[in-house]
Design a binder for this molecule. Sequence first.
Ligand code: PSU
Ligand code: MN
Length: 306
Amino acid sequence: MKNSSLRYGAEVADALRAGRPVVALESTIISHGLPHPDNIRVAREIEDAVRATGAVPATIGMIGGELIVGLDDAQVSHLASAEGVAKLSVRDLAVAAARRADGATTVAATSAVAAAAGIGVFATGGLGGVHREANVTFDESADLTTLARTPIVVVCAGVKSILDVPATLERMETLGVTVVGYRTRRFPGFFITDSGYELDWAVDSPEQIAEMIAAQAALGATAGATVVANPLPVDEQLDTALHDRTLADGLALLEQNKVTGKAVTPFLLSYFHSATEGASLATNVRIILRNATLAGQIAVASAARA
Ligand code: PSU
Ligand code: MN
């Protein structure tokens, strides 16, 4: 991706030029992952959480066919509210540009754009991954293959249990995506603190992650992403019985309604939010804000080394 094909918000352009810390943020969680109108408020809160650490937020998305690094408030509100905002993974970017589309970027597309812009840290909620029954449907998010070739640190709370968690971990291993737990060696399960799966590595501080970024750059050979998995504290996780019930019902509805392709993730997320009467939404928001804070701290620590 050519850096010259991107447009920058003024504040982000200044920060990048001056070597100040910047955190990339995705827009698909806003347009397709959270219900309207809460999504507008949450989008602002995410940016505020990044700012509180001293870093500059760069929410990424497409407006009228242009990829923007650092959407302004009106542009974010537009992507949060308008009908027909496309969900853009990497393969959609060129056609959406040619069609002058408005679109929200997924983890895959946001990572690719952020890396091209020279941003090293990205905060989101949960990654896409391998769907249950992917052995039949082949439904594996392009987030994984993109992260395999994109040098960026992605702070997330693991993947949602709507996915096949162990298969997702295996694929990240195969693809060369580094996964480290933040102060834990248990892989988080998004709404749930512990997915039940073990990680090889834990990191203890933003400074240690900044050191890891520098070490990776020095190694040169590795061009893949590092996933920093940041679990919710146990006392903040979604009630596990409610979680398990909702998941089972959501998966059954998916089957009954024959939902496939890129509609699968938004369908299940929206089912969770309505079936838990907002409990999963509140948890989801907490997760994103915590990740935005940690990503900001990592960007600040990383800029301090440079
Ligand atoms: N997982 C979540 N919430 C989300 C998404 C994933 O818990 O909002 C969004 C992200 O933008 C992610 C995308 O990149 O869904 C993955 O979609 P798919 O499975 O179609 O690749
Ligand atoms: Mn898919």
